[in-house]
Design a protein. Structure first.
Length: 273
């Protein structure tokens, strides 16, 4: 009951309604891809992929980029490389960039915030409600990914999927998305103009994503791994079963710190109302 008293139910309902189509798109599409990947996986498929990757038919940069996939072509390994290292990062990232900006900065820019704060709703309620929506929607999104994967595995790959590793991969991807959402949320709270919020809230996550791709393309570009949060989401360590806990903890701490920072700054700053 105390939590309910700290948030604005009308604002939460309005936020859910205005973002429901976007949420469905960015949740359903990856879930379908994940299910299809589980449906078509066979040991023959894995061996065929390995043959292609070892044939030296690909450019050196691409070979460097996909070379790590050769070490683990199990079903969980395929899930890690085909889904969790790409779609499970890209789709939630785009989602939180769009929604994070809309939650606070875009409302200030369009004048909606003046109306919201003219009601008994205080700034703390606004920030907490919007944070609850963004985090909650990510929890539901990754829960759907997990459920879709488990159901598809039970149907198409009974007894093959290592459930614990799969759920840890999903948890790690969620914590990465949570940390990135902290960036977009904090930017939305800090800036009054939507364009400035997007410049930071979209610029940093996209820089991290591109840097991670560059780091995989050759030894000369390994330095890029130090300027991306994705380095903290190491699917190889998760699959091996060790060395990943402290990295995922850091992602959680980053997300919490950024959400707290955004709330504090929004509560204290001057608004053009």
């Amino acid at each position: 009951m105390e939590v309910i008293a700290m948030i604005s139910i009308p604002l939460l309902k309005q936020t859910i309604k205005s973002n429901r189509v976007l949420f469905l798109i960015f949740t359903v599409v990856p879930s379908i891809f994940l299910s299809l990947t589980l449906m078509i996986y066979t040991t023959q498929t894995a061996n065929a992929m390995k043959a292609i990757l070892t044939s030296n038919a690909l450019p050196p940069a691409m070979m460097q980029m996909v070379g790590s996939q050769l070490s683990n072509l199990t079903l969980n390994g395929m899930m890690a490389t085909q889904f969790f290292q790409m779609l499970a990062i890209l789709f939630p990232m785009i989602y939180v960039i769009i929604v994070g900006n809309k939650l606070i900065a875009d409302r200030i820019d369009r004048g909606d915030m003046a109306y919201i704060l003219s009601t008994p709703t205080k700034r703390n309620k606004v920030t907490l409600t919007q944070a609850l929506y963004l985090i909650g929607s990510l929890v539901v999104m990754f829960a759907v990914f997990a459920i879709a994967g488990l159901i598809a595995a039970a149907i198409f790959q009974p007894g093959v999927l290592e459930v614990k590793s799969f759920l840890l991969l999903d948890l790690g991807a969620f914590l990465l998305a949570f940390a990135i959402s902290g960036i977009t949320y904090a930017a939305s709270c800090i800036f009054n103009l939507s364009k400035n919020s997007l410049a930071v809230g979209a610029g940093l996550p996209l820089t991290f994503f591109v840097s991670n791709l560059l780091a995989k393309m050759g030894t000369n570009l390994q330095g890029f791994k130090y300027i991306t949060l994705q380095t903290l989401y190491d699917t190889d360590k998760i699959l091996s079963g060790s060395g990943y806990a402290w990295q995922l903890t850091i992602l959680a701490v980053i997300g919490i710190a950024l959400y707290a920072l955004g709330m504090i700054i929004f509560r204290k700053k001057d608004l053009p109302l």
